[in-house]
Write a protein of this length. Sequence first.
Length: 248
Amino acid sequence: MHMPRFVPAVALALFAAAVLTGAAKDDKPKAIDKKAVEALKPLRDLVGDWRGVGLPRRGSTDGAWQEKAEWSYTFDEKATALTFNATTAKYFSKGRIEPGEKAGTFVFVGTLPDGKKTERFTGSLDDRGALVVENPKADDGRPDRIMFRIVAQGDRLVVLLTRKSGSTNARLAQVGYTREGSNFGGTGTANECVVTGGESSRTVTYKGKSYYVCCKGCADYFAENAEEVIAEYEAKKAKEKKDAKEKG
């Protein structure tokens, strides 16, 4: 008995459907790693758009450059992280900060402006709350120590890049950023990101209601998981209200 000619086509269609179904399952966004979000909480003021000026030497504009950087949460197959992309950057065009294996530690992986090579740093917060990370294997001329410090109530970000020289850390450059749209001396109540709880300036809408998110990463995650995010956020706010009432 001969097999009908249409069978291979049907089988091919079924196979394609199975592949597409599998792809759809694989494309399902990874759930937020809440432990990672909590570990990154001390650094969440990094989120936002920044404009900066890099200065190789203190008090001199010789060799200075300008750059912009956008920091955001990223929830992907690698990990939950704080990431940035920078334009006209001299040292790193992009990078990511993730919690380290040991509590209280962090890993920074920066991509050089060529877009190919990466450098890995590890470290922790110092007594001022600044993140200090080091890379003992840094190439000559490259920083082996980086400090990220938020100042001016979250409106300024200072990134100091140094290299060990003898018993001291010799300055390679310092990039001073100002948050886009910041209002020094201004007052107001910060809006809370529905995803991470960080300070927010942008909104997303779901079923006619607006919610605050702190970055594009959170906006994308909200778009894909709105019901879950809203339910968790409302439960958190209800608990906070209940706790405050009990204390009061």
